[in-house]
Each structure stands twice: as C-alpha cells, then as structure tokens.
Design a protein around this ligand. Structure first.
Ligand code: SAM
Length: 290
C-alpha cells in the first residue's frame, strides 16, 4: 500500500515504514513497530482495520491504531482467556465468545471435544474476514470446527436479548473505546449474568495492572455486585502496553483454586498445569487492587 493511503499512525522514518501505537487510556506512552509490509487497510462500518507484517512480531491485527494480536505472542492471550475458565467449570457444554474477531479464542475452544456449541458474537465481520486471509497463525485460516457459529453483531445487544443460556461467556474485547466501551459497563455484566446458567463462569480481559488499574478496579467492582466469586489472574503479553496483562473471572459456584488441570490434555505453548494454578497468585501491587 502507498504511504499516502495509510492513516497517520503509520510513519515513514529513514525510508522505513513504522507503526506507532499511542496507549489509548492515558495517551502518555507510544509503542513503535517496524513494518515489513501492510497487507491490507480498510475502514469498516465500525473501525479502521489493518493487517500488517511487523519485523519483530510477524503478521498482526491493528484496530483503530491499536495492536490487537500478533502471530508471535497471540497464543499467550488466547490460551489464557480460554483454558482458565474451561478448566474451572466442571462440565461446560455451551460457550459464548463476545468480540474475539481474530478467531484465536474459538480456535482454542474447539480443542475441547466435550463442548457442544461455540458461539462467537463479533461486531465487525471485516475483522474476521481479514484475519482469516492475513493472520492464519491466529485465526487458523478458513476451515472452522462445525461447532463454531459466527453471529456478527453487537455483544451488548446480544446478551440483552438472547434466550440462550451458556456455561461459559468469554469477553474478548479491545480496550474500552468506541463500540467496546459498553463491554466494560454495569448493564452489560448484568446481562452476561442473566445469559449464564446458574453455575456459569465468565471471564474478561481486564487490561494492564500497571497502566489501567482504574479499569481493573471498576470491572472487579461491577463483577462483585453480580457474582459470589471474582478472581483476577495475569499473563505476559509482550505487545500489550506494559507487557503484563490481566484477566478477571467470575462465577457463583466455581472457584478457580479448585480447577481440574488434568482436563488440559493437549499441547499448549504458554499455559502449563502449574501456570494455570499460579496465575492467580498475584504480586502485592496487583492483589492490593479492590
Ligand atoms: N485480544 C485482543 C485485545 O485484548 O486487544 C482483542 C481481540 S478481538 C480483535 C476484539 C474484537 O472485539 C474486535 O474484533 C472488535 O471488533 C470486537 N468488538 C468491539 N466492540 C464489540 C461489541 N460491542 N460487540 C462485539 N464485538 C465487539
């Protein structure tokens, strides 16, 4: 693509192409990646969608100038958002993923033979189409497990109106900006609770424990009003601001400290049985969060 067709977060520096992400919340941090190539750039109905080949992390998905997932480290996030709730629930059958347009989470879920239904409610079909084409390392390409159902639409509306009940709901959202803002709100989580079976488990990505402490506290406070058990866990995702990332899990019944790690029979690249247990063992500066 020509430079003049790209938005201003792509920059030419000494004849090299660079992508510059400005951290969304505080706007006081920039992360810059050297780009070998821009595979595609388009403006969908909802956002700017770019698929780029970065020199350090390989092919990546960028939405509205914010790195979402990379072929080099996306497995860490996808394994951690998927396997922890599945191992925690005793007998999950129906799973809903909200967001997750890169398809990394539904790919991980499809490894579990006992799951019957894997629904994915993603706002923007363009994200999924582009990731299938240019990010097969994460999306796995166009051949999907028959149990995966793509329901393109707004996840906020979906949990408000659906009559289906799920065992697990995973909120695989971007940062709380634009159409994703409501995925961090009180009404949304009330409806997530309503859409879960009484022993259901939900998980969301809850941002950086270093940079977005207010978002984690807000998410935990909303979840505590709706669920008896609320636990935050962490993983390292090098391309997210600060590197250290958090997820928050909630249930009325299942405590992750009782999770059955023997249910993890296949190979993973980040998660081990020990990490599944120890990811809830938080450094003091994180366990201090309300
Ligand atoms: N792993 C990534 C991260 O933490 O940055 C995010 C994964 S995925 C790309 C996030 C997806 O959520 C995007 O494709 C975006 O289109 C979708 N999304 C944003 N708002 C949404 C909404 N209200 N309902 C459903 N999907 C939404």
């Amino acid at each position: 693509m020509k430079m003049n067709e790209l938005p201003k977060y792509f920059k030419e520096i000494d004849n090299e192409l660079w992508f510059e992400e400005v951290e969304v919340e505080k706007k006081n941090l920039k992360i810059t990646y050297k780009i070998n190539k821009c595979f595609s750039y388009s403006k969908s109905q909802y956002q700017e969608v770019a698929l780029i080949d970065s020199a350090a992390f390989g092919p990546c998905l960028v939405l509205d100038g914010v790195m979402q997932t990379t072929s080099a480290d996306g497995f860490i996030y996808n394994e951690m958002i998927t396997h922890i709730p599945v191992l925690t629930h005793k007998n999950p059958r129906k799973v809903l993923v909200i967001g997750g347009g890169d398809c990394g989470a539904v790919r991980e879920l499809s490894k579990y033979e006992d799951l019957e239904t894997i629904d994915m409610v993603e706002l923007d079909e363009v994200v999924t189409e582009e990731c299938i084409k240019f990010l097969p390392e994460i999306s796995g390409g166009s051949d999907f497990d028959k149990r995966i159902n793509f329901k393109f639409g707004d996840g906020v509306e979906y949990v408000k109106s659906t009559d289906i009940k799920y065992d697990i709901i995973m909120v695989d959202s971007p940062d709380p900006e634009g159409p994703a803002k409501d995925l961090f709100g009180e009404e949304f989580y009330k409806n997530v609770k309503k859409t879960l079976n009484s022993d259901g488990v939900m998980v969301c990505q809850s941002e950086s424990p270093m940079i977005h402490r207010n978002i984690i506290e807000n998410t935990r406070s909303i979840l505590k009003k709706n669920f008896k058990i609320v636990k935050t866990y962490i993983a390292f995702v090098p391309t997210y601001p600060g590197g250290l990332w958090s997820f928050t899990m909630a249930s009325d019944v299942y405590d992750p400290s009782n999770m059955d790690v023997s249910k993890l029979p296949f190979e993973t690249r980040y998660l081990t049985k020990n990490i599944a247990k120890s990811c809830f063992d938080l450094p003091n500066f994180i366990s201090d969060l309300k």
